[in-house]
Unconditional design. Sequence first.
Length: 450
Amino acid sequence: MDLRLGDIAEGNIVDFTYEGKGVVKIDKFIIFVLGGVIGDKVSFKVTNMKKSFGEGEVIEVLEPSKDRTREEMEIKEAVGGMPLVEYDYEKGLEWKREKVQRDLEKIAKIKDIDVKPTIGMDNPYRYRNNVQIAVGVEDSKTVVGFFEFGTNDIVDMEESVLISEKANTALKTIRKWIDKHDIEPYNRDTRKGLLRDIGIRTNYKDDIMVILVATRKDIPHMDELIRELKEKDVVSIYRNTNTAKSSITYGSDYKLLSGDEALMDKIGDYEFKVSPESFLQINRTQAEILYNKVIEFLEPKKEDRIVDLYSGIGTISIFIAGKAKEVIAVESVGQAVEDAKHNAELNDIKNISFTRARAEVLFPKLATDEDLDLDKIVLNPPSKGCEKEVLEAIIDADPQRIVYVSCNSATLARDLGYLTENGYKLKEAQPVDMFPHTAHVECVVLIEKE
Ligand code: SAH
């Protein structure tokens, strides 16, 4: 390939990467380009050249794809968080389905399954119940927004199509206060300055929690901001102190400045306590669909003993516990286990045992226990999938049914390859669109003993 760093070239985008970059092929050589959607003919600048692939940035769309959309609402914020936003939504859902199908065929060598159409959203905007918006400096001006895809550049925005209208009102109130008092922004190059990020969380009632992240505890004119936010229905205001040099948003020091200590959220019929640091699925609507699919596939019965591996704050366990005899939940993060116990109590559920442990350490021990007598397993590992020890232990435990919830179809396929070689069969595969306009694919599958 005779492309060089800095060259300008032309090509057609034929696919998306898992991050949502465009894939361009020139004489079998692959270049991943920032910007553009499948079907576009683009000109791009080469920004990185490796032996087996290159990277680039779209300069101009020369011939737009027939699937390119211009959303009626002008999206002024960084599309970094939504790389597929200019690609037809239905086409994007189909791309996600095909991605799962391809990974199953290529990686797991499973050919006799039809992956179901991706379940999308009727209104695929304002779906995030949790965002972190950066505050920074560009050309000596204060900017507030998300990072441009793959960069540290903050794209200034007035409001976001990813959060509720009320959350946007809170954001605008903070923005006005920053401008009025010239609140010092954090400079990510010099690592100096005060205000770093604005965290906004909302619950099912659209109650709002604001978390201001600053390098010092003394934020000026805070009383005025608190007063104004309260007028805009913000029910909880925190300050988080973060002096770290890394790009991590929150430090460990949270201080409640006004209002409620936590928000109460609801997914389906269940309640969850949301502290500023708790994890909860970002898309409530789709999480409920996902968890109901888990129930449909798992078919929990009153006599079932079920293991929930990688249980997080206990959401899946709580969804299935009422229909089962007993749930054994395993999660490695201590705070998540504490939240899970609290959430079970909140929902008056008593038949779940939560253990803090690494699945690959604890589950092989459980699986060889003669008395375990396990009927079903549900697992929802992080993106890297399961450790081999977990898969081997699943075979040992010999459950009738396995429901695997995955956020990465490549590692899902790798793990399914192992299970299907060892006496199990893939029965159903259902992608759910948790993150509209991104290339992120969430998928739930049913595996049964042959
Ligand atoms: N099912 C939950 C969360 C799944 S996210 C929900 O829907 O909300 C994956 C979880 O696996 C995270 O909570 C993470 O802390 C946990 N985890 C990561 N590695 C693990 C390991 N080796 N053993 C057990 N849990 C692990």
